[in-house]
Design a protein. Sequence first.
Length: 197
Amino acid sequence: MIRRLLLAASVLALAACNAPEEPATAPTPSPETPVTEPAAPAANVLSAQGFGPLRIGMTTAEIEAALGPDANPNAVGGADPESCDQFRPQRAPENMLVMTQQGVLTSIWLTRTSDIPTDRGFKIGDSAASIKAAYGSAATVGLHKYEPAPAEYITVWSSSDHTSPAARGIKYEIGQDGNVKGIAAGGPSISYVEGCS
């Protein structure tokens, strides 16, 4: 009897050795990490790309659709408004001007008491020292055209391209008190110092 039990156990063991392997269970796939798109700039900050619904490169018609027509159509924004104009759209924040060249938005300007920050958090009234510290060697400092030092311009470009329509940057105009008194963001027209020139 013991012999039969040993024989039966051996046969079962042999059969188990020759049995096909059960397929391994595939690990449950973990949910993929969603690809996140770069965050769009907040609607209430000025960047080298634009402000809110305004994007550098849009047409005058698109500016008007976004923020309305010129709030002061009788004011002259440029010597030849068809080639270059600077104006405040009706629904734009106070102390914000847009510059168009050949009917295309090329830059956005903040003046006087605007409280709109740049995408780096700087506003009119901030110190030149804080801007230079934040941007470091990416900032280019130039003499002010009309005022003695410490008045100056601090410009930061997104790339080494400063002249083509694709160039983007931000310029901080510093007054004699060493603080920001104007900000321009957009294309090469941010280098202008007198409206369209």
